[in-house]
Each structure stands twice: as structure tokens, then as C-alpha cells.
Design a binder for this molecule. Structure first.
Ligand code: B30
Ligand code: ZN
Length: 249
């Protein structure tokens, strides 16, 4: 059960090793910008992200997760036109990836799987079955209007694990992505929660969006498996032999 792990105390990340792969390519990491190797990639494309979708938001006990309903949204490139299908999106308050040691207040994960596999869980058992696109949010004095329906939905599910609500109106994924989707940090890592399966492709977009402190505070009031979920980021993991690429797609 999800309640066997958490982000602090006796269920915190130090106690995950029994339930989490303890390999040498774990996530998240600190991205050291001066060490990122510049690279010209093949075109990487977001499909259907400008469409609008009915969406629901769940309190899953360790985050709030968003599911889109309808035609699959996916990403791909010339080599893999079939691409990766968006499974779900969720937030970490306290960003998981730090950049030059600095932690932003919020990070959005768009979790995709390779449709060669039957489903997400199956894909997670195979190298490159999963690709996560990550968007960092820096603190601003102003609310991010595009986060408003998500923040409102979060208030509705915050009292209890397992609650689900519809997101008001429809959700347009591209409004949760920065304008520049062409410059990204790329590295090979893992899922950031138990079982921490490895060989996950990570694309951390270099351009950030914004969020206000009062919007972040709504996330901090979510009740998780072990009381109020004040933060839900895993500490950064060792880079070991890995290289972070800065790709111009
Ligand atoms: S992440 O993007 O690396 N933070 C999962 C997906 C993405 C990441 C981490 C984990 C995942 O799907 N884990 C297993 C399934 N989860 C479903 C879920 O939506 O969040 C079920 C569970 O724990 O029992 Cu959590
Ligand atoms: Zn995540």
C-alpha cells in the first residue's frame, strides 16, 4: 500500500531501499548547467497538446494526479513516430529536480509510456518504457491563471486520500507547458517513487512557468497518507557516471 512510504519520518526516503531499486541511475538529480553537454537532437514533437480534454484530479495520498479523458495525447520524434502516450500528470511541491542547487516551489510531471507495451505498469518494467516530461515553476507575485482550475480542484480533494473531482471546464495540456519546448535537459533516470524503476527517459524543460505562494500553499494543505503533505519531493540522487544533455530539439 502507498502508506508504507512517505517523504519524512520513519517512512521517509532513507527507508525506501527495501521497496525501491537502489541502482546507479536514480532520479531526481541536481542539474549542473555548466556540465550539461550541448546536443542537437532530432525533432521531438508534442501531439494534440493544443486540444482540450475533460479531466479529473485525484488525491492519491502522495500527490494530486490528473487524468485526461479522450483521444490520447502523445509525444514522439522522427525515429519513433508512434511515440509515447500520456498516462497521467501530477505535481511535486518542492520541485524534485534542482538546477545548480536551487529548488523551485513546484514541478509538474507528464508521465508517458511506450504503447508497444500493454499498459503503464508493463512499460515500467522495460528499459525506455517510460518517458517523463518535467516542467518547473518559479515563484511569482502573481497567480498562474492556467493553474487556477487545478488549484480549485485540489482544494476539493485535499481533505481525504482517494477523493476525486472533475476539473472545471476542460484542460488544455499546452497551457501547462512553457512556450519553448525545444530546449530541454535530458538524462536517463528512474521513477522518483517506490519501486523507483530505472531506465526512464527524463526531459526537463529549460524554460520555467510561474506559480504564486498562495497557489503553492493549496498543495501544502493536501492530506496525504501520513497527515498533511507539506512536501512531496525525493532528495536528489547521485549522478554517478551519467551525463546530462542540453538538447536543442
Ligand atoms: S515520477 O514521475 O517519477 N514521479 C509513477 C509514475 C511517475 C512517477 C512515479 C511513479 C507511478 O505510476 N507509480 C506507480 C503507480 N502509482 C500510481 C500513481 O499515480 O501514483 C500507484 C501507487 O503509488 O501505488 Cu503512486
Ligand atoms: Zn513525479
Amino acid at each position: 500500500a502507498a502508506s508504507e512510504w512517505g517523504y519524512w519520518g520513519k517512512n521517509g526516503p532513507e527507508s525506501w531501499p527495501g521497496i525501491c531499486t537502489t541502482g546507479k541511475i536514480q532520479s531526481p538529480i541536481d542539474i549542473v548547467t555548466k556540465d550539461a553537454k550541448e546536443y542537437n537532437g532530432s525533432s521531438f514533437i508534442f501531439y494534440q497538446h493544443n486540444l482540450s480534454f475533460p479531466a479529473t484530479l485525484d488525491n492519491n495520498g502522495h500527490s494530486v494526479g490528473i487524468k485526461l479523458h479522450g483521444a490520447p495525447v502523445h509525444i514522439g520524434d522522427e525515429k519513433q513516430p508512434m511515440g509515447y502516450v500520456l498516462e497521467q500528470m501530477h505535481f511535486h511541491w518542492g520541485a524534485e529536480h534542482t538546477v545548480d542547487g536551487l529548488r523551485d516551489p513546484l514541478e509538474l510531471h507528464l508521465v508517458h509510456y511506450n504503447p508497444y507495451y500493454a499498459n503503464f505498469s508493463e512499460a515500467a518494467q522495460h528499459p525506455f518504457g517510460i518517458v517523463v516530461v518535467s516542467v518547473l515553476f518559479k515563484l511569482s507575485r502573481y497567480d498562474n491563471p492556467h493553474l487556477k482550475p487545478i488549484v480549485e480542484a485540489t482544494k476539493k480533494v485535499s481533505c481525504k486520500v482517494g477523493r476525486r473531482t472533475a476539473i472545471r471546464g476542460e484542460l488544455i495540456p499546452s497551457l501547462l507547458l512553457p512556450k519553448n519546448r525545444k530546449t530541454v535537459y535530458y538524462y536517463i533516470g528512474s521513477l522518483t517513487t517506490p519501486g523507483c524503476q530505472e531506465n526512464v527517459g527524463w526531459f526537463v524543460l529549460t524554460e520555467k512557468l510561474t506559480v504564486s505562494q498562495s497557489q503553492v500553499n493549496v498543495f501544502k494543505r493536501v492530506r496525504g497518507d501520513n497527515g498533511r503533505l507539506l512536501y512531496n519531493y525525493r532528495p536528489t540522487q547521485k549522478l554517478n557516471d551519467r551525463v546530462v544533455l542540453k538538447i536543442n530539439l
